[in-house]
Every structure is written in C-alpha cells, then in structure tokens.
Ligand binder design. Structure first.
Ligand SMILES: [Ca+2]
Ligand SMILES: [Ca+2]
Ligand SMILES: [Ca+2]
Ligand SMILES: [Ca+2]
Length: 410
C-alpha cells in the first residue's frame, strides 16, 4: 500500500510554520480573508475580501475572485464576527486576517467552494481558524463536499482543528485535496462533537490555496511496538531496544530520527485494530516526548508529517506539539477509533532548517482517560525546487524572518 493513497494523508495539517516557509514552495494562487464589515474590520494585505454584504445570517451564498480563483461561501444562519486586535493577535503580522471570521455551530454547515482550478490536481489549502476572544478548546470538524453534518466515521471526514483562543500560532492548518474534473474543491466545516468542556464551533478567518509541490521522501519512521513490530511498507521501524528503554533512533538517507519518552515501563503498544501498520502501534509518554531529527541540509525545505493517535483508548485526550517553544499543534485530539478517523491523527509543517537538527516536543494536555500522549510515526519529505522560485509573492515576510530566527535557535 502506498502511503500517498491513504485517505488520511489528504488531510495533513499544516501549522503556523507554513506561514513562513510556504513562501519558498510556491506563491499562493489566491488568498481570501473572510471579513466582517470592511473597512471597519480590515482586509489582510494581499488577501481578497470575502464578505456577506448584509451580514444577515440567513441562508446565503457570497463569493469573491482573485487571480481567477473563486471562493464561494454558503451557510445557513452562520454568522461573522470581528474581535478586533488584542490578546494573542496583538502585533501579529496577520492580525487583519485573524481578528474576524465566519463561524458555524455543531448543527450548521459552513460550506466552501473553490473554483477556477486545474482539474484533477493536488492543492494545499492553508486554513485559518481562530476566535481570539472566546471558545477555548472548541474544535472544528472539516469534511470534503457540501455537508458537514456527517459522522467523523464518514469517508468525507478530513480532520479536526482546535480554534484555540490564546495562541495565534496554532490558528492555521493545511488540507491537501485534489480538485475535481471541473477544477473545483468543496469543503464543509462545523463544530466538532464529543470533545469535553467546550462549546463547539468551526471558525474560519480565511484561507490560502497553492498547488502542492513535488516532494521526495527523506525518512519515514514507524514507531513500532516493542517485541512485535508491524512496520508500514516504505517506513523504517523504530522501537525501543529493550523493555524499560526510553530512547531509540533510526537513520535513512543520512537523516537520523531519535525518540525519547519520559515513560520507562515499555512504553509501546500495538492496538492491531486498524487493518494497517502505521497508526495502530505507537510509542507513548506521560508528559513529554521528544523527537530529534539530525542530518538535514541547511537551507533546503522539508515537509514534516507526524501521526499521533491511540486507535483504541483515550478518547478526548489531547497533546500539544512544539518546535523550539513555538506551538505547532495546539491540543491535538487523539481520536480513539480507527477507520476514517485516521485523518485526525496527522499534522504537518514546513521547515527550512538553519542548522542540521531540530527537536519537536510533545506535551500532555487536557487529560481525559489518562495522562498520556502518543507517537505513531514521522515522515520527512524534501521539497523539490522549482525553476521559477525567484518569482515569489512577499506576503507574511515579517513572519518568515521571525520564524526563521526562531528556527535558527533550535
Ligand atoms: Ca479581515
Ligand atoms: Ca478574517
Ligand atoms: Ca507499526
Ligand atoms: Ca506506528
């Protein structure tokens, strides 16, 4: 089985790092800011405003076009808001994007249609979902198609996203989807259910769309169960070398991945319940797990994908993932079911290293059924440079420099 054919790979989550490194992949084809009543709620520079003219909240479709790409938004009774610039988005280079948004509750569908694309082509849609004022720990569920009122077991399910209100760096996530034969992509979001201690909403501040770059595999690691590894084809097996071991490493193409857990009692499991071999087994930790990657080529661009899920237990458990204290993924939700919920387990980010190594750290947050977090595997791909990279749109350049400085400190 080729990994690229798996449904959950189409739902890679791109974190805040993408704000910066996406510049060196390719220019966005189009950028849209879902606005509340501009100019009072301003439009992000370089973005096309998409606004419901009368803010009626009634069933309506409104749209805008940039560079031949059209975003049409439809939603029964979902509304827009503007929170202004304060709190976590104070001074943020994309504050005009993140301050205002469209939203849907758990029983509403926020439907998006992106048209004017090439047919049958892979695109990366960088979504921004944040209410900086309310709704801490509210998660959104996103689907392909026009109906978000589906189960997360439905094949249309793509992913969840936490609309966390206290950290703007966790606002964005990536969906990798293929356009239809007519060059259209349809997406639908709602508030996700089944997550404790939060009213559930989907927020959408805006989105960017670009064509998926060519990617070469560098290293793919399957975190396997001690003593009974079932290794995903094409992946390197990483399992702790003995009972009680807390660290292990594996090397491919000159790149080494080392995993360290704070748990000492053979911290691996095999759930053997998904019909595959990547996410049904894992290494776990109580409060902290570190993944160190060494041997990268400075200045090249990489797409890093991490899977984190227990397919049997720990429904509602969440973990937070950081790169050099920068939040990559806030409250990553560890679905307990297998099947189509595999979509929710992966998140990705682009990284252009300024040193050969970096460390990703996971922390346990929002305990539900245990004090644990999970690591199923990691994939590192190198972006194949395009010949025309000199033509780039300088959007979010301040973020680029800031993030790269932080990356340099890793
Ligand atoms: Ca705006
Ligand atoms: Ca917005
Ligand atoms: Ca495995
Ligand atoms: Ca695994």
């Amino acid at each position: 089985m080729q990994l690229v054919n798996r449904p959950f790979v189409t739902a890679l989550l791109l974190t805040s790092i993408a704000n910066s490194s996406a510049l060196s992949i390719s220019s966005p084809l189009a950028q849209f800011d879902l606005d509340f009543n501009p100019p009072a709620s301003p439009t992000q520079g370089g973005f096309q405003s998409v606004v419901d003219a009368d803010n009626s909240g009634s069933t309506t479709t409104f749209s805008a076009t940039q560079n031949g790409v059209t975003l049409a938004v439809t939603g029964p009774n979902n509304q827009d808001r503007d929170r202004g610039v304060a709190g976590p988005i104070s001074g943020h280079p994309q504050a005009s994007l993140l301050r205002d948004f469209r939203f849907a509750t758990q029983s509403q569908t926020l439907a998006l249609e992106i048209s004017g694309l090439k047919p049958n082509t892979s695109y990366q849609i960088q979504m921004y979902g944040l209410d900086r004022q309310f709704n801490a720990n509210a998660h959104a569920a996103w689907f392909t198609g026009t109906d978000a009122l589906l189960s997360t077991d439905d094949p249309a399910f793509l992913t969840t996203h936490q609309n966390r209100n206290d950290n703007a760096s966790g606002a964005d996530f990536l969906l990798t989807v293929t356009s239809s034969a007519t060059g259209t992509i349809e997406l639908a979001g709602r508030g996700a259910g089944g997550i404790p201690s939060a009213a559930q909403f989907a927020f959408l501040n805006g989105l960017e769309i670009r064509q998926t770059p060519l990617l070469d595999n560098v290293i793919r690691v399957d975190a396997d169960h001690f003593g009974a590894p079932q290794t995903e084809p094409g992946f390197e097996s990483l399992t702790l070398s003995a009972a009680g071991s807390t660290t292990g490493s594996v090397t491919s193409n000159g790149v080494t991945v080392t995993v360290t857990t704070d748990r000492t009692d053979t911290p691996t499991r095999d759930r053997n319940n998904t019909g595959e071999s990547l996410v049904d087994d894992f290494i776990f930790a109580n409060d902290e797990l570190d993944i160190t990657v060494d041997g990268l080529t400075v200045g090249r661009e990489y797409l890093v994908t991490i899977w984190s899920q227990d397919t049997l237990f720990n429904d509602g458990d969440q973990s937070q993932w950081l790169l050099d204290n920068e939040i990559l993924e806030t409250n990553h939700f560890n679905f307990q079911n297998g099947g189509n919920n595999l979509a929710a387990t992966a998140f990705s980010f682009y990284l252009t290293p300024t040193a050969p190594s970096f460390t990703i750290s996971a922390r346990d947050v929002a305990n539900r059924s245990g004090d644990v977090l999970f690591f199923n595997g990691i994939q590192i791909q190198q972006v194949v440079p395009e010949p025309m990279t000199s033509v780039m749109v300088v959007v979010g350049a301040a973020g680029l420099l800031r993030r790269r400085r932080r990356t340099a400190a890793v």
